[in-house]
Design a binder for this molecule. Structure first.
Ligand code: FAD
Ligand code: NAD
Length: 483
């Protein structure tokens, strides 16, 4: 007999597990198929984000930041620490415990909500049938009323730097180094390169980041990117822009192996020798083995599953969400798409607002933004006003001895509607939520200016930047004409 479900979800990363839980909450019989295995070969839920992405990287970012603070940041506060050292085994084990706790939590949520977890591979066939190949056992054909595809993404590999053992690694390997490399190379000054470069740099590696583009973080606001570059370089990251990697060669044997990386810059061919190399040049949609030729789902020209604004594929009642579809490869975007599709299947009418997807880079200081950048607004010719406020004069930042960075608010010149908010600073990842809420409700800069913020908080910098749009931030001498 063919097992039947109202909804079958393929993939239990943030996109898939959110979709599955919401479907079950809405009374739909739901199964979620995932093929991931943990280091011990046991099925594990949570996808890239929980196992090899957001969560383990933040566990190491937070631990390494505390180490860096203990080494360099506490003396100014009158705290003497003596010699501080790391126990990498303990740090890694704690990271593993955090991951285990959260992935186990999803298993419990599935159980509690009545989602059937199926460990193995899923393949979409025609007519909303799904071929399920368990890790152990015979292939089964399942019938679904609706199918949600959420297979995620995998790292891009490049021919000049093929992954090799634990020497040339992708982001997953870089979360599992057994020792701190003395010299670490990173290809790509994108989000992963900066986050993992920061982790290992703080733990003691000499880090060289090779970035093909001349521009640093082109997706961020120019001013924020410029200031962030200076700060990160000041922390010791040797970020080389305009450096396109063209080759790599592993030399030596055993523990003495090193990698010579070849790259092209303005002056011609260059070489740098490192002990470990991280390849962080982007991710690609993962669709291997997912689709039968006659299933009716199409790919776009870049290999993503083709969907409309509501995440519907070309096959009726088949949806796709998360990294495998267009848009930023971010866990929160994946989650919102999963929930939207579940609710649409249940007859509700939610939308995902792609104009208010926040981006965060978890360096220190953090870099966070939502909406459009100043350079995008200039290019579009839309008139706008700008308010900025530096953390160097924010009371809470001074009290905490964490004053780097600024907040920048961009608002429409005619309507004062907030068009973008950009933050470089401690806890920017938390502060940006206030801007997202404001933009979600179409707030004006004046609305934020008229809102009361607790004192003393870092959030007051956002308040002041919003006031600054009209030229009347209180803690800054404004040269703009007052209104
Ligand atoms: P995934 O999380 O990739 O999950 C897909 C799941 O589907 C996987 O378990 C896979 O095994 C399974 N699967 C695939 N095909 C099949 C099949 N045919 N059958 C069965 N199962 C299948 N994003 C953020 O927003 N914030 C961060 O801080 C952040 N940090 C990151 C750090 C790193 C190092 C990396 C690599 C990524 C990070 N990301 C972050 C990105 C984030 O992890 C992804 O955007 C997110 O995981 C996408 O979710 P998803 O559900 O679409 O896919
Ligand atoms: P990315 O696209 O952010 O950066 C890749 C960089 O590599 C680019 O700047 C590119 O110019 C450079 N590059 C490509 N080929 C090169 C070469 N041959 N030589 C030198 N440089 C080269 O990709 P990523 O850092 O791998 O991250 C992948 C995805 O994961 C991102 O899209 C991001 O959305 C997601 N992610 C998010 C977070 C977060 O939200 N904090 C953290 C990690 C990853």
């Amino acid at each position: 007999m063919t097992d039947k479900y109202d909804v079958i979800v393929i993939g239990a990363g943030p996109a898939g597990y959110h979709a599955a839980i919401r479907c079950a909450q809405l009374g739909l019989s739901t199964a979620c198929i995932d093929k991931s295995l943990d280091g011990g070969g046991k099925p594990v839920l949570g996808g890239t984000c929980l196992n090899w992405g957001c969560i383990p990287s933040k566990a190491l970012l937070d631990a390494s930041h505390k180490f860096a603070e203990a080494q360099h940041g506490l003396a100014a506060l009158g705290i003497r620490t003596g010699e501080v050292s790391i126990d990498l085994d303990v740090m890694m084990a704690r990271k593993g415990e955090v991951v285990k706790g959260l992935t186990g939590g999803i298993a419990q949520l599935f159980q509690g909500n009545g989602v059937k977890a199926l460990a193995g591979s899923g393949k979409l066939l025609a007519g909303r049938q799904v071929e399920f190949t368990p890790h152990d056992g015979a292939v089964q054909i399942l019938q679904a009323g609706h199918v949600i595809l959420a297979p995620g993404s995998v790292p891009v590999e490049i021919p000049p730097a093929p992954l090799t053992d634990d020497i040339i690694v992708d982001s997953k390997g870089a979360l599992e180094f057994a020792a701190v490399p003395k010299r670490l190379g990173v290809i790509g000054a994108g989000v992963i390169g900066l986050e993992l470069g920061s982790v290992w740099g703080r733990l003691g590696a000499e880090v060289v980041v090779l970035e093909a583009l001349e521009e640093f973080l082109p997706m961020a606001d120019e001013r924020i990117a410029r200031d962030a570059l200076k700060i990160l370089q000041g922390q010791g990251l040797d970020i080389r822009l305009g450096a396109r990697v063209t080759g790599s060669e592993i030399r030596g044997k055993g523990a003495k192996r090193t990698v010579t990386v070849t790259y092209q810059d303005k002056s011609g061919e260059q070489h740098v020798e490192v002990d470990r190399l991280i390849v962080a040049v982007g991710r690609r949609p993962y669709t291997e083995g997912l689709l039968a030729p006659d299933c009716g789902v199409n790919l776009d020209e870049r290999g993503f599953l083709y969907v409309n604004d509501l995440c519907a594929t070309d096959a009726p009642h088949v949806y796709a969400v998360g990294d495998v579809v267009r848009g930023p490869m971010l866990a929160h975007k994946a989650m919102e798409e999963g929930v939207m599709v579940a609710e649409r299947i249940a007859g509700k009418k939610p939308l995902v607002n792609y104009d208010t997807v926040p981006s965060v880079i978890y360096t220190h200081p953090e870099i966070a933004w939502v909406g459009r950048t100043e350079q995008q607004l200039k290019a579009s010719g839309e008139p706008f006003n700008v308010g900025t406020f530096p953390f160097s004069v924010n009371g809470r930042a001074l009290a905490a001895h964490d004053t780097q960075g600024l907040v920048k608010v961009l608002a429409d010149a005619a309507t004062d509607r907030i068009l973008g908010v950009h933050i470089l600073g401690a806890q920017a990842s938390e502060l940006i939520a206030q801007a997202v809420i404001a933009m979600e409700f179409d707030a004006s800069a004046e609305d934020l200016g008229l809102t009361m913020f607790a004192h003393p908080t870092l959030s007051e910098a956002l308040h002041e930047a919003a006031l600054g749009v009209a030229g009347h931030a209180i803690h800054m001498v404004n040269r703009k004409k007052r209104k």
